[in-house]
Structure formats: structure tokens, C-alpha cells
Ligand binder design. Structure first.
Ligand code: FAD
Ligand code: DHB
Length: 390
């Protein structure tokens, strides 16, 4: 088997890349280790920046998103039992975000790929190794339907997430990373959201985030210690803790409902540089990880593949590899901006178990600056709604 671009991983990055290449008339094959149902139901991101929304519309995957997604004009910050709204359009010249779950984006991209004659998308195709990345005929070795197979390619793109194989194929990467002394406990609950917009809450008991999946399903996260065992968190304890963390002056009530899913997620920042070696490129979580507080991971994955698809289209049309050669440097500027914003949101909103009362006063002062000053609010709104993609 041979293709122009071999794509490892059928998450959001790999699926969008395959779609954009197809629209540019470039062949690709996507190899995804999991089955379709698993990939379509893996609970993750919920917020799409304006640029991600635009790309999905342009590539024909925006129809259901525009019908079912919820457009949000702002977020609420809570701290010191007070509530402050950050209004995106007025601070950013009209930008907004869309609440539309990653699970739904993935379903839309898969069905488009399978219906509209994109290149092959193989599920349960586990990539074991990539060889020949310094030659003009790299090869991807994978297991599918019990057989060991090889896909030769002109180029390979690793879209295989934070635990993938592509990163390990590159010999000269520099890895920059940071871990955090807390995790998130995430729940899905069959109860209408208790808010119209997302609430990011700082409290001395730890961070909490109220998000949503629809007008009838709430998605809520709370900070917990690393290594937390879900058995220690029966439903009542979760709701009681959320009540305490979201508490605010005035009459606001957190509605409770049946919890349908619970999980614990550790937090990490990581950047692998450069994002290209010879004929292999890294995109999305394969190249960088952000802690989820800034809602940046999925959006960064999309902006990488937009840059990459444009570079392949340029090569195809002109024979020039200049955009491919610039890929890593082009992406890394945005990546580091998003890394900084995600780090800032995380360390400003969470309680580090080792932090002193002095550190807490600094966090509250920073939050007060955002709540009361236009410059800091504008910076937050611009970073949250994102740069134009590409
Ligand atoms: P992935 O989604 O990880 O996809 C990689 C794919 O590669 C997977 O399907 C995997 O099965 C496959 N794969 C791995 N190894 C192999 C192999 N050897 N062979 C073949 N296939 C392989 N981001 C946001 O922008 N906004 C948010 O609001 C947000 N919230 C989040 C909340 C949570 C709880 C979490 C965990 C993440 C959140 N993120 C958010 C981050 C976002 O989900 C990720 O950044 C995004 O999934 C990255 O997409 P990707 O395609 O690069 O990687
Ligand atoms: C969601 C996740 C995030 O990390 C975030 O910052 C906002 C929303 C979500 O899953 O809805």
C-alpha cells in the first residue's frame, strides 16, 4: 500500500487533516488504533474557538454544529464569592466561541470522510513503528485484522496524541514539560446547566468549572489531588463540594441531577520541538499538551493541521516546499502563546497544596485586575477566543 500522506491517529487532528487534504486533491490514509465507537465517544473538549468553527464550516463539517452547538459571548469568573462576566465580542471586535463537544466534531468528520470519498480511514489499525523518515519513502508499520502490514508514504504525519508512537520515531526532539500538583475530576450530569455561560471558579477549596454539553446536560470539573480514587467521591460528595466552590453572594443555585460519567484527568504542559524531522511531521497532542483550563488543546490541534494542509497544497500546486519547511516555526509561535495562556489560567485559578496565603492574595489580585481593568480582560478574551487559524 502507498499513499501521499500517511496519517497516524484518527482523533480531531488526523480526521481534519485527511479532510483538508482531500479537498486539496491530495491522497491520504488514516490509521486509527481504536474502533469507531470508542473514538466517537471519548469525552474530552467542549469549546471551539472562532477559527476552529470557521474551518469546520469551510470543510463541510459545520452543518450539525451550527444547528446544535451553543454560541457563547462570554464566560463568568467567580472568586471571593463575587461574580464577574468577561464579554468577548466587545473586548475582541466581535469574536465568540462555540460549545460543541469534541465527540460530536469527531462523529461529523468521520461520517464526512466515509460518505464523501476521502482516503481510507482504517479503525483498529495499530501503528507499531515508523521507519525511513530520513529517506524519501518513509514507511508506517501497523497491525490490522490480525495481519502485520506496511504503508509506504511520501510523508508521514503523527496525529496520534500524547501517548502515540510518532514522537518516539524522531531522534532529535527537545521536550519541554511541566506537571501540576492537582488533577480534574470531571462529571457528566443529566441536568440542565445552572448557568447560561461557563463559570470558572477560584475558591480556597480549589478550582471548579461549570460547562455544558447541551441545554439538558451539564459538564462540570473540580480540582482534586493527584492520584485521587473515584471511589472516594460518591455523587453527594461531588455536589456538596461543587456547592461550596461555586458559592457566591446573591441567589444562585447549582441544580443537581443524575451523574452519568466520572473520570480523573491529570494535568500536563509539554512541547516537543521541532515539530518536523525529515519526512515526518507532528500535529496536535502528539507535539504539545496543555492543561485544559484554557480550553486550547483541540483548537491548537486544528490550527496545526490547517497550517500543514496549506503547506502540502502549496507543494502540490507549485512544487515548492517552503511552507512545509516553515511548518514547525509557524506552529510553535501559536503553541507557545497557548502554552502560556493555559499555564496562566491554570496557576491563577487552582490552589497549589503548597501555596502560602501570600500566593493566594496574589491570585486574587490578578483576578481582580481582570475583573476591573480593560487591558487584562481584553488579554484574557483575546486568548480565550483565539487567533485566526493558520
Ligand atoms: P487525540 O484526540 O488524542 O487523538 C489521537 C488519536 O490517535 C487517538 O484516536 C488514538 O486512539 C490514536 N492513536 C494513538 N496511538 C496510536 C497508534 N500507535 N496507532 C494508531 N492510532 C493511534 N481542548 C480544547 O481545545 N478545548 C477544551 O475545552 C478541551 N477540554 C478538554 C477536557 C478534557 C477533560 C481533556 C482530557 C482534554 C481537553 N482538551 C480540550 C484537549 C483536547 O481534547 C485534545 O487536545 C485533542 O483531543 C487533541 O486532538 P489530537 O487529534 O491531537 O489527539
Ligand atoms: C470544557 C473543558 C475545558 O477544559 C474548558 O476550559 C472549558 C470547557 C468542556 O469540556 O466543556
Amino acid at each position: 500500500m502507498h499513499t501521499t500522506v500517511g496519517i497516524i491517529g484518527g482523533g480531531p487532528a488526523g480526521l481534519l487533516l485527511a479532510r483538508l487534504l482531500h479537498l486539496a486533491g491530495i491522497d491520504s490514509v488514516v490509521l486509527e488504533s481504536r474502533d469507531r465507537a470508542y473514538v466517537e465517544h471519548r469525552q474530552r473538549a467542549g469549546i471551539l474557538e472562532q477559527g476552529a468553527v470557521d474551518v469546520l464550516r469551510e470543510c463541510g463539517a459545520g452543518e450539525r454544529m451550527d444547528r446544535e452547538g451553543l454560541v457563547h459571548d462570554g464566560i463568568e469568573l467567580r472568586f471571593d464569592r463575587r461574580s464577574h462576566r468577561i464579554d468577548f465580542p466587545s473586548l475582541t471586535g466581535g469574536r465568540r466561541v462555540m460549545v460543541y463537544a469534541q465527540t460530536e466534531v469527531v462523529k461529523d468528520l468521520i461520517s464526512l470522510q466515509l460518505r464523501q470519498g476521502g482516503g481510507p480511514l482504517l479503525f483498529e489499525a495499530y501503528v507499531r513503528a515508523v521507519t525511513g523518515i530520513d529517506t524519501d519513502r518513509p514507511a508506517v508499520h501497523f497491525t490490522h485484522e490480525g495481519r502485520e502490514q506496511t504503508l509506504t508514504c511520501d510523508y508521514v504525519v503523527g496525529c496520534d496524541g500524547s501517548h502515540g508512537v510518532a514522537r518516539t520515531a524522531i531522534p532529535d526532539l527537545t521536550i519541554y514539560e511541566r506537571s501540576y500538583p492537582y488533577s480534574w475530576l470531571g462529571i457528566m450530569a443529566d441536568v440542565p446547566p445552572s448557568c447560561d455561560e461557563l463559570i470558572y471558579a477560584h475558591s480556597d477549596r480549589g478550582f471548579a468549572l461549570h460547562s455544558m454539553r447541551s441545554t439538558t446536560v451539564s459538564r462540570i470539573y473540580l480540582q482534586v489531588p493527584n492520584g485521587t480514587d473515584l471511589a472516594e467521591w460518591p455523587d453527594e460528595r461531588i455536589w456538596d463540594e461543587l456547592d461550596a466552590r461555586f458559592a457566591v453572594e446573591g441567589d444562585w443555585k447549582l441544580e443537581r441531577g443524575p451523574i452519568t460519567a466520572k473520570s480523573v484527568l491529570p494535568m500536563r504542559s509539554l512541547v516537543a520541538e521541532p515539530m518536523r524531522h525529515g519526512r515526518i511531521f507532528l500535529a496536535g497532542d502528539a507535539a504539545h499538551i496543555v492543561p485544559p483550563t484554557g480550553a486550547k488543546g483541540l483548537n491548537l490541534a486544528f490550527s496545526d493541521v490547517v497550517v500543514l494542509a496549506r503547506a502540502f497544497a502549496h507543494l502540490n500546486a507549485t512544487g515548492s516546499a517552503e511552507l512545509l519547511d516553515a511548518y514547525s516555526a509557524t506552529c510553535l509561535r501559536r503553541v507557545w502563546r497557548a502554552e502560556h495562556f493555559s499555564y496562566f489560567m491554570t496557576t491563577t485559578m487552582h490552589v497549589d497544596p503548597a501555596q502560602s496565603p501570600f500566593d493566594t492574595r496574589l491570585q486574587l489580585s490578578q483576578l481582580d485586575r481582570i475583573a476591573t481593568g480593560t487591558a487584562a480582560a481584553t488579554e484574557l478574551a483575546e486568548n480565550y477566543t483565539g487567533l485566526p487559524v493558520g
